[in-house]
Write a new protein. Structure first.
Length: 538
């Protein structure tokens, strides 16, 4: 589910582990959230929220920005007011320096080649992804192996602190007060007073969100995060890493122009550049949608620099295996840019067929339960064409008496043909003799999820005599993975917890480390299963 979907929501780009929408809120769980954390969160909700650019203009904060030398910038924010502030990073932020102009893409995230590995062995029918309703099991086995990233680039692992930051709310006591834009949602207390955090434009204009409304979480859907923000006490300074996308042309060697370490940067709003309105719209949307830098860069080379797609494809190929999926998403986004609505563009297409008249009622009720609902963060739309019109996921369901057979498909690397992603069978659930269409739809969503997203826990090296672990997330879909809910496989495991605000490109993976305490707290020692996801188009 993207920042423009299913409900009037704040926009984001960082990482957060919180209670699943299917689980009790962590703030209500005495085992999960220490009292001091709960009080801190309540206090932060009551603190006024202000756009970074507005706060700069009004003299509430001093801001210094400089390059980090790794494709990001550090934004050092000092609170000069006499009250606590929640300083929010708005979409449309730009940074200018000697190396060129750059768009601010939020806090944490996938990285420009960073954490994402390619999913080399993903081709073919995907039958090896295993069956079952979302029960991803420990390692899940099956056909998702292969050489990560291809071309010698290798699957990369997140730095330890970054991985710990991803496990934020539940283990806040273990992580401490990390220096990064926070993704814990301010929505509960902030939306009313902010007029809805805009994509509207203007010098950091906090209004103008307008039609970004819609529905709630949906079936097997992870709730969205909010705009990145930083809580500052009076006089406090925080140095906040911020992802960037280059608005400048590539170098003569075809590499991305990014600020050098220590390079001073001036911050402003994209509307101040006085350029093409398409550039402004694209940058705001990409930042709001938490798009990976890899895809955002391809888009900006096209709309900001006018490079042809053949040239862009040559540079994208350096990403290794499965770069075509990122290129297709970028092309699809640019093609729709003029008419793009403030809503989720990603879809789960479905078609329900009844075998025999005795199955027609079940087929009709299942169609009703799915049609135009949010499923896995996507809009479920009835009808599966012979060929997709862009990146999408599809399933064809055949109801035969007390069984429903589901064939899952994904668009291919060019978004022009369907690729089989496996088949599974469901027993038609009944409650007191009557069809339970809601349960059937949920189990169907879980089965589709099990073929699109995978999580795996493995042991890492011992550090200072203590065990460490790695949690790997594979996105097998042709869309962006912005979040997922995970739970242990043991009987009586903790309720699912959300890992949201991430941005994993299609057919790529992310690995991050976790301590033994974290894995034990989450109940993941014997394996992990994925229970919900936030898949997204652009």
């Amino acid at each position: 589910m993207s920042t423009t979907r299913f409900r009037n929501r704040l926009l984001a780009g960082g990482m957060l582990l919180a209670a699943s929408s299917a689980a009790p809120a962590l703030a209500d769980d005495p085992k999960a959230t220490p009292p001091d954390v709960a009080k801190t969160e309540k206090a932060e909700v009551e603190v006024p929220a202000v756009s970074l650019l507005d706060a700069m203009r009004d003299g509430l904060v001093d801001v210094q920005a400089e390059g980090k030398g790794d494709g990001r910038m550090t934004v050092a924010v000092t609170n000069r007011s006499k009250r606590r502030l929640n300083v929010v990073l708005p979409p449309g932020l730009v940074a200018s320096g000697a190396a060129g102009q750059f768009g601010g893409m939020g806090g944490m995230g996938g990285g420009m080649g960073g954490m994402g590995g390619g999913m080399g062995g993903m081709g073919g029918g995907m039958g090896g992804m295993g069956g079952g309703m979302g029960g991803m099991g420990g390692g899940m086995g099956g056909g998702m192996g292969g050489g990560m990233m291809g071309g010698g680039m290798g699957s990369r692992t997140m730095p330890p602190m970054m991985g710990m930051m991803m496990l934020a709310r539940l283990i806040m006591a273990l992580c401490g007060d990390y220096d990064s834009w926070d993704q814990r949602s301010l929505a509960s207390g902030m939306m009313g007073g902010m007029g809805g955090m805009g994509m509207g434009g203007g010098m950091g204009g906090m209004g103008g969100m307008g039609g970004m409304g819609g529905m709630g979480g949906g079936m097997r859907s992870v709730a969205p995060t909010g705009l990145p923000y930083a809580a500052l006490k009076p006089g406090q300074t925080r140095k906040l890493p911020t992802r960037l996308v280059s608005l400048s042309p590539p170098t003569d060697e075809g590499s991305i122009r990014l600020p050098a370490e220590g390079e001073k940067l001036q911050l402003g709003d994209v509307s101040q550049l006085g350029g093409d309105a398409r550039v402004e719209k694209a940058l705001r949307r990409l930042a709001a949608e938490k798009a990976p830098e890899s895809i955002s860069q391809l888009v900006m080379w096209r709309v900001a620099q006018g490079l042809d797609w053949a040239t862009i494809a040559q540079m994208a190929e350096r990403r290794g295996k499965n770069y075509e999926y990122e290129l297709t998403l970028a092309q699809d986004f640019v093609d729709r840019l003029e008419t793009l609505k403030d809503d989720e563009s990603g879809v789960l297409l479905f078609q329900v067929e009844a075998k025999g008249s005795d199955s027609e009622v079940t087929a009709a009720e299942l169609t009703k339960a799915l049609k135009d609902r949010a499923v896995l963060g996507l809009w479920a739309r009835e009808g599966v064409p012979a060929e997709p019109t862009g990146p999408a996921v599809a399933c064809r369901i055949r109801v035969d008496g007390e069984e429903a057979t589901v064939q899952v498909a994904s668009s291919n690397s060019t978004g022009q043909a369907w690729v089989p992603f496996g088949k599974f069978t469901l027993a038609v659930p009944r409650k007191e003799g009557s069809l339970d269409a809601a349960v059937l739809a949920d189990e169907l969503a879980g089965g589709v999820l099990s073929r699109l997203v995978r999580a795996q826990v493995s042991q890492g090296p011992r550090e200072k005599g203590k065990a460490t672990y790695r949690i790997k997330i594979d996105n097998a879909s042709p869309l962006i993975l912005n979040g997922l809910a995970i739970a242990g496989v043991e009987k009586g495991a903790e309720e699912p917890k959300e890992l949201s605000g991430i941005c994993i490109s299609p057919r790529r993976s992310m690995t991050f480390p976790a301590s033994e305490e974290v894995v034990k707290e989450l109940g993941l020692k014997k394996g992990v299963r994925v229970t919900a996801a936030d898949l997204s188009g652009l």
